[in-house]
Design a protein around this ligand. Sequence first.
Ligand SMILES: NC(=O)c1ccc[n+]([C@@H]2O[C@H](COP(=O)([O-])OP(=O)(O)OC[C@H]3O[C@@H](n4cnc5c(N)ncnc54)[C@H](O)[C@@H]3O)[C@@H](O)[C@H]2O)c1
Length: 459
Amino acid sequence: MTTELQAKSHCSMSTTSPIKRKRYAVVGVGGRARMFTYPICETYQQSAELVGLCDVNQGRLAYAQRDLQGRFDCPALPLFSDAEFSQMIEQTRPDVVIVCTVDCYHHQYIIRAMEMGCDVITEKPITTDADKCNQIIDAIERTDRQLFVAFNYRWGAGPTMVHQQLASGVIGQILHVDMEYMLNTSHGADYFRRWHREKEKSGGLMVHKSTHHFDLVNWWINAIPQTVFAMGRLAFYGKDNANRRGIHVTADRYTGQDNTDDPFALDLTADDDLKQLYLDNEKYDGYQRDRNVFAADIDIEDSMSVLVRYNSGTVLNYSLNCYLPCEGINVVFNGSKGRLEFSEMHVPDEDVPPSINPLSQKTKVIPRLTIRPHFAKPYDIPIDVNTGGHGGSDPLIQQQLFAADPPVDLHARVAGYQQGIASALIGIAANTCFKSGQPVDIPMLCPDLPRVGGLSDLI
Ligand SMILES: NC(=O)c1ccc[n+]([C@@H]2O[C@H](COP(=O)([O-])OP(=O)(O)OC[C@H]3O[C@@H](n4cnc5c(N)ncnc54)[C@H](O)[C@@H]3O)[C@@H](O)[C@H]2O)c1
Protein backbone atom coordinates (compact mmCIF):
# COMPACT_ATOMS: atom_id res chain seq x y z
CA MET A 1 0.00 0.00 0.00
CA THR A 2 2.13 2.87 -1.22
CA THR A 3 0.22 6.09 -1.04
CA GLU A 4 0.96 9.64 -1.93
CA LEU A 5 4.11 8.73 -3.78
CA GLN A 6 3.72 11.98 -5.61
CA ALA A 7 4.72 13.85 -2.47
CA LYS A 8 8.22 15.02 -3.27
CA SER A 9 8.75 17.61 -0.57
CA HIS A 10 8.80 16.62 3.04
CA CYS A 11 7.98 17.93 6.44
CA SER A 12 8.48 21.62 7.01
CA MET A 13 11.17 24.16 6.18
CA SER A 14 12.03 25.90 2.95
CA THR A 15 14.33 24.39 0.35
CA THR A 16 16.75 27.31 0.64
CA SER A 17 18.39 25.87 3.76
CA PRO A 18 22.18 26.12 3.56
CA ILE A 19 22.53 22.78 5.39
CA LYS A 20 21.99 19.49 3.59
CA ARG A 21 19.33 17.91 5.70
CA LYS A 22 19.70 14.29 6.77
CA ARG A 23 16.86 12.13 5.46
CA TYR A 24 15.01 9.86 7.91
CA ALA A 25 12.46 7.10 7.31
CA VAL A 26 10.59 5.50 10.20
CA VAL A 27 9.29 1.93 10.51
CA GLY A 28 6.73 1.41 13.29
CA VAL A 29 4.56 4.47 13.88
CA GLY A 30 3.01 3.69 17.28
CA GLY A 31 3.32 5.76 20.44
CA ARG A 32 7.11 5.89 20.66
CA ALA A 33 7.81 6.90 17.06
CA ARG A 34 6.77 10.44 17.96
CA MET A 35 9.87 10.87 20.08
CA PHE A 36 11.67 10.86 16.69
CA THR A 37 9.14 12.24 14.19
CA TYR A 38 8.09 15.29 16.21
CA PRO A 39 11.58 16.77 16.72
CA ILE A 40 12.51 16.03 13.09
CA CYS A 41 9.44 17.95 11.92
CA GLU A 42 9.78 20.77 14.42
CA THR A 43 12.91 21.58 16.43
CA TYR A 44 15.43 20.02 14.00
CA GLN A 45 13.77 20.83 10.68
CA GLN A 46 16.89 22.76 9.63
CA SER A 47 19.07 19.65 9.79
CA ALA A 48 16.66 16.72 9.45
CA GLU A 49 13.76 15.74 7.24
CA LEU A 50 11.24 12.94 7.39
CA VAL A 51 10.90 11.17 4.03
CA GLY A 52 8.73 8.10 4.59
CA LEU A 53 6.73 6.07 7.09
CA CYS A 54 6.20 2.31 7.21
CA ASP A 55 4.00 0.11 9.42
CA VAL A 56 2.14 -3.18 9.32
CA ASN A 57 -1.08 -1.32 10.24
CA GLN A 58 -2.36 0.99 7.52
CA GLY A 59 -4.81 2.72 9.86
CA ARG A 60 -2.00 3.68 12.22
CA LEU A 61 0.07 4.88 9.27
CA ALA A 62 -2.77 7.14 8.15
CA TYR A 63 -3.21 8.45 11.71
CA ALA A 64 0.53 9.18 12.02
CA GLN A 65 0.27 11.14 8.78
CA ARG A 66 -2.80 13.12 9.97
CA ASP A 67 -1.19 13.81 13.31
CA LEU A 68 2.05 15.15 11.77
CA GLN A 69 0.17 17.27 9.28
CA GLY A 70 -2.15 18.65 11.96
CA ARG A 71 0.68 19.51 14.33
CA PHE A 72 3.39 20.72 11.98
CA ASP A 73 1.51 21.62 8.84
CA CYS A 74 3.87 19.46 6.81
CA PRO A 75 3.08 18.02 3.38
CA ALA A 76 1.91 14.43 2.91
CA LEU A 77 4.58 11.76 3.31
CA PRO A 78 4.75 8.55 1.31
CA LEU A 79 3.37 5.66 3.36
CA PHE A 80 4.45 2.02 3.03
CA SER A 81 3.26 -1.31 4.36
CA ASP A 82 5.69 -3.70 6.09
CA ALA A 83 6.00 -5.68 2.85
CA GLU A 84 7.05 -2.45 1.09
CA PHE A 85 9.93 -1.60 3.45
CA SER A 86 12.63 -2.13 0.79
CA GLN A 87 10.54 -0.16 -1.67
CA MET A 88 10.40 2.70 0.85
CA ILE A 89 14.19 2.80 0.97
CA GLU A 90 14.51 2.64 -2.81
CA GLN A 91 11.98 5.39 -3.39
CA THR A 92 12.68 7.79 -0.54
CA ARG A 93 16.48 7.28 -0.23
CA PRO A 94 16.81 7.88 3.52
CA ASP A 95 20.25 8.34 5.08
CA VAL A 96 18.96 6.82 8.30
CA VAL A 97 16.14 4.39 9.09
CA ILE A 98 14.56 4.68 12.54
CA VAL A 99 13.25 1.35 13.83
CA CYS A 100 10.34 1.70 16.25
CA THR A 101 8.32 -1.49 15.74
CA VAL A 102 7.38 -4.24 18.16
CA ASP A 103 10.72 -5.54 19.53
CA CYS A 104 10.88 -8.97 17.90
CA TYR A 105 10.87 -7.39 14.42
CA HIS A 106 13.66 -4.85 15.03
CA HIS A 107 16.39 -7.10 13.62
CA GLN A 108 14.76 -7.64 10.23
CA TYR A 109 14.46 -3.89 9.58
CA ILE A 110 17.90 -3.10 11.04
CA ILE A 111 19.55 -5.69 8.80
CA ARG A 112 17.62 -4.84 5.63
CA ALA A 113 18.20 -1.09 6.06
CA MET A 114 21.95 -1.62 6.50
CA GLU A 115 22.08 -3.97 3.51
CA MET A 116 20.45 -1.21 1.46
CA GLY A 117 23.11 1.31 2.52
CA CYS A 118 21.39 3.13 5.39
CA ASP A 119 22.54 3.85 8.91
CA VAL A 120 20.04 2.89 11.59
CA ILE A 121 18.73 4.26 14.87
CA THR A 122 16.80 1.55 16.71
CA GLU A 123 14.65 1.79 19.75
CA LYS A 124 15.61 -0.46 22.62
CA PRO A 125 15.89 -3.39 22.98
CA ILE A 126 18.11 -3.90 19.95
CA THR A 127 16.48 -7.33 19.61
CA THR A 128 15.00 -10.19 21.62
CA ASP A 129 17.14 -13.34 21.26
CA ALA A 130 20.73 -14.45 20.75
CA ASP A 131 20.29 -15.65 17.19
CA LYS A 132 19.02 -12.21 16.16
CA CYS A 133 21.94 -10.54 18.00
CA ASN A 134 24.36 -12.66 15.97
CA GLN A 135 22.52 -11.82 12.74
CA ILE A 136 22.84 -8.09 13.51
CA ILE A 137 26.58 -8.37 14.25
CA ASP A 138 27.03 -10.27 10.99
CA ALA A 139 25.14 -7.57 9.04
CA ILE A 140 27.25 -4.80 10.58
CA GLU A 141 30.44 -6.62 9.65
CA ARG A 142 29.18 -7.14 6.08
CA THR A 143 27.84 -3.63 5.49
CA ASP A 144 29.99 -1.41 7.74
CA ARG A 145 26.97 0.77 8.50
CA GLN A 146 26.37 2.58 11.80
CA LEU A 147 23.75 1.40 14.26
CA PHE A 148 22.72 3.51 17.24
CA VAL A 149 20.49 2.35 20.07
CA ALA A 150 18.21 4.98 21.61
CA PHE A 151 19.14 4.40 25.25
CA ASN A 152 17.52 7.60 26.50
CA TYR A 153 17.88 6.64 30.17
CA ARG A 154 21.62 7.39 29.98
CA TRP A 155 20.79 11.04 29.20
CA GLY A 156 18.93 11.78 32.45
CA ALA A 157 20.64 14.22 34.84
CA GLY A 158 20.82 11.60 37.61
CA PRO A 159 22.34 8.72 35.61
CA THR A 160 24.76 11.18 33.99
CA MET A 161 25.92 12.41 37.39
CA VAL A 162 26.39 8.82 38.59
CA HIS A 163 28.59 8.19 35.55
CA GLN A 164 30.60 11.34 36.23
CA GLN A 165 31.14 10.45 39.88
CA LEU A 166 32.14 6.85 39.21
CA ALA A 167 34.49 7.89 36.40
CA SER A 168 36.17 10.36 38.78
CA GLY A 169 37.26 7.39 40.90
CA VAL A 170 35.66 8.78 44.05
CA ILE A 171 34.74 5.31 45.33
CA GLY A 172 37.77 3.59 43.79
CA GLN A 173 37.44 0.31 41.95
CA ILE A 174 33.82 -0.85 41.69
CA LEU A 175 33.56 -4.28 43.28
CA HIS A 176 29.83 -4.84 43.58
CA VAL A 177 26.56 -3.26 42.37
CA ASP A 178 23.10 -3.66 43.88
CA MET A 179 20.24 -2.41 41.70
CA GLU A 180 16.51 -2.55 42.35
CA TYR A 181 14.04 -1.31 39.74
CA MET A 182 10.44 -0.77 40.81
CA LEU A 183 7.50 -0.56 38.40
CA ASN A 184 4.13 0.47 39.78
CA THR A 185 0.55 -0.65 39.23
CA SER A 186 0.06 2.00 36.52
CA HIS A 187 3.16 1.94 34.29
CA GLY A 188 4.16 -1.56 35.38
CA ALA A 189 0.65 -2.95 34.84
CA ASP A 190 0.53 -1.50 31.33
CA TYR A 191 3.11 -4.00 30.07
CA PHE A 192 0.59 -6.71 30.90
CA ARG A 193 -2.14 -5.18 28.71
CA ARG A 194 -0.07 -4.88 25.51
CA TRP A 195 2.09 -7.00 23.16
CA HIS A 196 4.83 -6.83 25.79
CA ARG A 197 3.04 -9.62 27.72
CA GLU A 198 3.96 -12.10 24.96
CA LYS A 199 7.54 -13.26 25.37
CA GLU A 200 7.82 -14.02 21.70
CA LYS A 201 7.17 -10.36 20.89
CA SER A 202 9.07 -8.52 23.65
CA GLY A 203 11.57 -11.01 25.06
CA GLY A 204 9.74 -10.43 28.37
CA LEU A 205 10.61 -7.55 30.68
CA MET A 206 14.12 -8.92 31.22
CA VAL A 207 14.79 -7.86 27.64
CA HIS A 208 12.18 -5.20 26.88
CA LYS A 209 12.54 -3.20 30.11
CA SER A 210 15.71 -4.32 31.85
CA THR A 211 17.83 -3.67 28.75
CA HIS A 212 17.73 -0.02 29.93
CA HIS A 213 18.95 -0.96 33.40
CA PHE A 214 21.61 -3.43 32.28
CA ASP A 215 22.82 -0.84 29.81
CA LEU A 216 23.13 1.73 32.60
CA VAL A 217 25.23 -0.64 34.68
CA ASN A 218 27.40 -1.68 31.71
CA TRP A 219 28.01 2.01 30.92
CA TRP A 220 28.50 3.09 34.54
CA ILE A 221 31.11 0.42 35.29
CA ASN A 222 32.46 0.14 31.71
CA ALA A 223 32.67 -3.64 31.77
CA ILE A 224 31.46 -6.58 29.69
CA PRO A 225 28.94 -9.05 31.17
CA GLN A 226 30.21 -12.63 31.27
CA THR A 227 27.99 -14.93 33.34
CA VAL A 228 24.33 -14.64 34.30
CA PHE A 229 22.20 -16.49 36.82
CA ALA A 230 18.53 -15.59 37.28
CA MET A 231 15.17 -16.57 38.71
CA GLY A 232 11.84 -15.16 37.61
CA ARG A 233 8.15 -15.86 37.72
CA LEU A 234 4.72 -14.40 37.11
CA ALA A 235 3.80 -13.70 40.72
CA PHE A 236 1.11 -11.01 40.60
CA TYR A 237 -0.55 -10.58 37.20
CA GLY A 238 -2.18 -13.41 35.23
CA LYS A 239 -5.27 -15.50 35.88
CA ASP A 240 -3.88 -17.98 38.39
CA ASN A 241 -2.48 -15.27 40.65
CA ALA A 242 -5.74 -13.31 40.47
CA ASN A 243 -7.80 -16.39 41.31
CA ARG A 244 -5.57 -17.12 44.28
CA ARG A 245 -6.33 -13.64 45.59
CA GLY A 246 -10.07 -14.05 45.00
CA ILE A 247 -10.21 -11.88 41.84
CA HIS A 248 -12.23 -13.50 39.06
CA VAL A 249 -11.76 -12.15 35.57
CA THR A 250 -14.80 -12.08 33.34
CA ALA A 251 -13.60 -10.11 30.30
CA ASP A 252 -10.50 -10.39 28.10
CA ARG A 253 -10.26 -6.62 27.67
CA TYR A 254 -11.33 -3.45 29.51
CA THR A 255 -12.89 -1.22 26.84
CA GLY A 256 -16.65 -1.72 26.63
CA GLN A 257 -16.91 -3.18 30.16
CA ASP A 258 -18.19 -1.69 33.36
CA ASN A 259 -14.83 -0.91 34.95
CA THR A 260 -16.13 0.89 37.99
CA ASP A 261 -13.72 0.38 40.87
CA ASP A 262 -11.19 -1.57 38.78
CA PRO A 263 -7.87 0.26 39.27
CA PHE A 264 -6.25 -1.79 36.50
CA ALA A 265 -8.81 -0.87 33.82
CA LEU A 266 -7.90 1.12 30.73
CA ASP A 267 -10.77 2.41 28.57
CA LEU A 268 -9.46 3.23 25.10
CA THR A 269 -12.49 5.42 24.37
CA ALA A 270 -11.68 7.73 27.29
CA ASP A 271 -8.69 9.29 25.52
CA ASP A 272 -8.94 10.47 21.93
CA ASP A 273 -5.31 9.75 21.09
CA LEU A 274 -5.42 6.20 22.48
CA LYS A 275 -8.64 5.65 20.56
CA GLN A 276 -7.26 6.90 17.25
CA LEU A 277 -3.91 5.19 17.66
CA TYR A 278 -5.15 1.75 18.70
CA LEU A 279 -8.91 1.14 19.01
CA ASP A 280 -9.84 2.57 15.62
CA ASN A 281 -7.13 0.46 13.95
CA GLU A 282 -7.92 -2.93 15.46
CA LYS A 283 -9.77 -3.82 12.28
CA TYR A 284 -6.46 -3.92 10.38
CA ASP A 285 -4.46 -6.31 12.56
CA GLY A 286 -6.66 -7.38 15.49
CA TYR A 287 -4.23 -5.89 18.03
CA GLN A 288 -5.92 -4.98 21.33
CA ARG A 289 -3.97 -2.57 23.55
CA ASP A 290 -6.22 -2.91 26.62
CA ARG A 291 -6.16 -6.61 27.46
CA ASN A 292 -6.94 -7.71 30.99
CA VAL A 293 -3.81 -7.86 33.16
CA PHE A 294 -5.27 -10.91 34.90
CA ALA A 295 -5.81 -12.95 31.76
CA ALA A 296 -4.61 -16.52 31.34
CA ASP A 297 -2.35 -16.09 28.30
CA ILE A 298 0.37 -13.86 29.79
CA ASP A 299 3.71 -15.66 29.43
CA ILE A 300 6.21 -13.10 30.79
CA GLU A 301 7.48 -12.67 34.35
CA ASP A 302 6.64 -9.81 36.72
CA SER A 303 9.12 -10.62 39.51
CA MET A 304 12.76 -11.24 38.59
CA SER A 305 16.17 -11.47 40.24
CA VAL A 306 19.45 -11.60 38.34
CA LEU A 307 23.14 -12.00 39.19
CA VAL A 308 25.72 -10.89 36.61
CA ARG A 309 29.48 -11.38 36.76
CA TYR A 310 31.49 -8.96 34.60
CA ASN A 311 34.91 -9.35 32.96
CA SER A 312 36.22 -6.88 35.57
CA GLY A 313 35.17 -9.23 38.37
CA THR A 314 32.38 -6.86 39.47
CA VAL A 315 29.13 -8.59 40.39
CA LEU A 316 25.69 -7.04 39.81
CA ASN A 317 22.75 -8.06 41.97
CA TYR A 318 19.57 -6.85 40.18
CA SER A 319 15.83 -7.13 40.71
CA LEU A 320 12.74 -5.97 38.81
CA ASN A 321 9.23 -6.09 40.25
CA CYS A 322 6.27 -4.68 38.32
CA TYR A 323 3.28 -4.48 40.71
CA LEU A 324 4.47 -2.02 43.34
CA PRO A 325 2.89 1.04 44.97
CA CYS A 326 5.86 3.15 43.86
CA GLU A 327 8.16 3.49 40.85
CA GLY A 328 11.85 4.24 40.47
CA ILE A 329 15.37 2.95 40.91
CA ASN A 330 17.68 2.30 43.84
CA VAL A 331 21.27 1.50 42.97
CA VAL A 332 24.33 1.14 45.19
CA PHE A 333 27.95 0.79 44.08
CA ASN A 334 30.35 -0.69 46.61
CA GLY A 335 33.90 0.33 45.79
CA SER A 336 37.44 -0.04 47.13
CA LYS A 337 37.35 3.55 48.52
CA GLY A 338 33.71 3.88 49.51
CA ARG A 339 30.14 3.58 48.38
CA LEU A 340 27.86 5.53 46.01
CA GLU A 341 24.09 5.42 46.57
CA PHE A 342 21.68 6.68 43.92
CA SER A 343 17.91 6.67 44.03
CA GLU A 344 15.46 8.25 41.61
CA MET A 345 11.76 8.00 42.40
CA HIS A 346 9.14 8.79 39.74
CA VAL A 347 6.19 10.61 41.30
CA PRO A 348 3.09 12.36 39.87
CA ASP A 349 3.84 15.97 38.91
CA GLU A 350 1.40 18.09 40.95
CA ASP A 351 2.10 21.11 38.72
CA VAL A 352 0.34 19.38 35.81
CA PRO A 353 -3.46 18.83 35.96
CA PRO A 354 -4.46 15.14 36.21
CA SER A 355 -5.06 13.51 32.83
CA ILE A 356 -8.16 11.55 31.86
CA ASN A 357 -5.76 8.91 30.54
CA PRO A 358 -3.80 7.61 33.55
CA LEU A 359 -0.96 6.66 31.20
CA SER A 360 -0.49 10.29 30.14
CA GLN A 361 -0.20 11.48 33.72
CA LYS A 362 2.95 13.57 33.90
CA THR A 363 5.51 12.42 36.41
CA LYS A 364 8.66 13.99 37.72
CA VAL A 365 11.83 12.39 39.02
CA ILE A 366 13.22 12.97 42.49
CA PRO A 367 16.90 12.00 42.47
CA ARG A 368 19.29 11.61 45.39
CA LEU A 369 22.98 10.80 45.14
CA THR A 370 25.12 10.19 48.22
CA ILE A 371 28.82 9.41 48.41
CA ARG A 372 30.03 7.55 51.48
CA PRO A 373 33.83 7.56 51.45
CA HIS A 374 35.73 5.17 53.70
CA PHE A 375 36.83 6.88 56.93
CA ALA A 376 35.14 10.23 56.11
CA LYS A 377 31.74 11.89 56.34
CA PRO A 378 29.10 11.06 53.71
CA TYR A 379 27.89 13.87 51.48
CA ASP A 380 25.17 14.45 48.88
CA ILE A 381 25.80 15.57 45.28
CA PRO A 382 23.10 17.98 44.03
CA ILE A 383 21.38 17.06 40.76
CA ASP A 384 19.52 19.59 38.57
CA VAL A 385 16.69 17.70 36.90
CA ASN A 386 16.00 18.71 33.29
CA THR A 387 12.53 19.16 31.88
CA GLY A 388 11.09 17.04 29.05
CA GLY A 389 10.16 13.40 28.49
CA HIS A 390 11.69 10.62 30.60
CA GLY A 391 13.15 12.96 33.21
CA GLY A 392 14.58 15.34 30.63
CA SER A 393 16.52 12.66 28.79
CA ASP A 394 14.42 12.60 25.58
CA PRO A 395 15.23 16.21 24.50
CA LEU A 396 18.97 15.59 25.03
CA ILE A 397 19.10 12.40 22.99
CA GLN A 398 17.00 14.08 20.27
CA GLN A 399 19.51 16.93 20.10
CA GLN A 400 22.38 14.46 19.81
CA LEU A 401 20.62 12.49 17.08
CA PHE A 402 19.16 15.29 14.96
CA ALA A 403 21.03 18.58 15.50
CA ALA A 404 23.39 19.68 12.73
CA ASP A 405 26.14 20.30 15.23
CA PRO A 406 25.28 18.50 18.48
CA PRO A 407 27.24 19.40 21.61
CA VAL A 408 30.20 17.16 22.41
CA ASP A 409 28.98 14.41 24.71
CA LEU A 410 31.43 14.41 27.61
CA HIS A 411 29.80 11.38 29.24
CA ALA A 412 30.01 8.79 26.45
CA ARG A 413 26.22 8.48 26.31
CA VAL A 414 25.83 7.76 22.60
CA ALA A 415 25.24 4.01 22.41
CA GLY A 416 26.04 1.73 19.50
CA TYR A 417 25.32 -1.88 18.67
CA GLN A 418 27.85 -3.28 21.14
CA GLN A 419 26.01 -1.56 23.98
CA GLY A 420 22.63 -2.63 22.60
CA ILE A 421 23.71 -6.24 22.31
CA ALA A 422 25.59 -6.40 25.62
CA SER A 423 22.56 -5.21 27.57
CA ALA A 424 20.03 -7.31 25.65
CA LEU A 425 22.17 -10.42 26.14
CA ILE A 426 21.95 -10.16 29.92
CA GLY A 427 18.14 -10.34 29.67
CA ILE A 428 18.31 -13.05 27.01
CA ALA A 429 20.64 -15.08 29.26
CA ALA A 430 18.27 -14.53 32.19
CA ASN A 431 15.39 -15.88 30.07
CA THR A 432 17.47 -18.97 29.26
CA CYS A 433 18.24 -19.39 32.94
CA PHE A 434 14.55 -19.10 33.94
CA LYS A 435 13.97 -22.25 31.91
CA SER A 436 17.12 -24.25 32.66
CA GLY A 437 17.88 -23.19 36.22
CA GLN A 438 21.56 -23.13 35.19
CA PRO A 439 23.98 -20.17 34.92
CA VAL A 440 24.54 -18.94 31.37
CA ASP A 441 27.86 -17.80 29.88
CA ILE A 442 27.24 -14.91 27.51
CA PRO A 443 30.02 -15.92 25.08
CA MET A 444 28.08 -19.16 24.57
CA LEU A 445 25.12 -17.10 23.33
CA CYS A 446 27.14 -14.61 21.34
CA PRO A 447 30.76 -15.56 20.64
CA ASP A 448 31.47 -12.20 18.97
CA LEU A 449 30.63 -9.95 21.91
CA PRO A 450 34.06 -10.18 23.58
CA ARG A 451 35.65 -9.66 20.16
CA VAL A 452 33.96 -6.28 19.72
CA GLY A 453 36.09 -5.07 22.59
CA GLY A 454 35.45 -2.78 25.53
CA LEU A 455 32.05 -1.23 25.61
CA SER A 456 33.55 2.23 25.35
CA ASP A 457 35.29 1.41 22.07
CA LEU A 458 32.44 2.63 19.93
CA ILE A 459 32.19 6.04 21.50
N1 LIG B 1 13.23 4.22 25.06
C1 LIG B 1 12.03 4.30 25.61
O1 LIG B 1 11.87 4.92 26.64
C2 LIG B 1 10.86 3.63 24.94
C3 LIG B 1 9.56 3.92 25.36
C4 LIG B 1 8.50 3.27 24.72
C5 LIG B 1 8.75 2.37 23.69
N2 LIG B 1 10.03 2.12 23.30
C6 LIG B 1 10.30 1.17 22.20
O2 LIG B 1 9.70 1.68 21.03
C7 LIG B 1 9.23 0.59 20.22
C8 LIG B 1 7.76 0.81 19.88
O3 LIG B 1 7.01 0.81 21.07
P1 LIG B 1 5.60 1.57 21.16
O4 LIG B 1 5.36 1.85 22.60
O5 LIG B 1 5.57 2.66 20.18
O6 LIG B 1 4.62 0.39 20.71
P2 LIG B 1 3.30 0.53 19.82
O7 LIG B 1 2.59 -0.75 19.95
O8 LIG B 1 2.60 1.80 20.16
O9 LIG B 1 3.88 0.70 18.34
C9 LIG B 1 4.50 -0.35 17.63
C10 LIG B 1 4.23 -0.12 16.16
O10 LIG B 1 4.90 -1.15 15.41
C11 LIG B 1 3.99 -1.60 14.40
N3 LIG B 1 4.38 -2.93 13.98
C12 LIG B 1 4.14 -4.11 14.59
N4 LIG B 1 4.67 -5.13 13.89
C13 LIG B 1 5.27 -4.59 12.81
C14 LIG B 1 5.99 -5.11 11.71
N5 LIG B 1 6.22 -6.43 11.58
N6 LIG B 1 6.44 -4.26 10.77
C15 LIG B 1 6.23 -2.94 10.87
N7 LIG B 1 5.55 -2.37 11.90
C16 LIG B 1 5.09 -3.19 12.86
C17 LIG B 1 2.63 -1.53 15.05
O11 LIG B 1 1.58 -1.53 14.11
C18 LIG B 1 2.74 -0.21 15.82
O12 LIG B 1 2.35 0.87 15.03
C19 LIG B 1 9.49 -0.68 21.00
O13 LIG B 1 10.67 -1.29 20.53
C20 LIG B 1 9.69 -0.19 22.43
O14 LIG B 1 10.59 -1.01 23.14
C21 LIG B 1 11.08 2.74 23.91
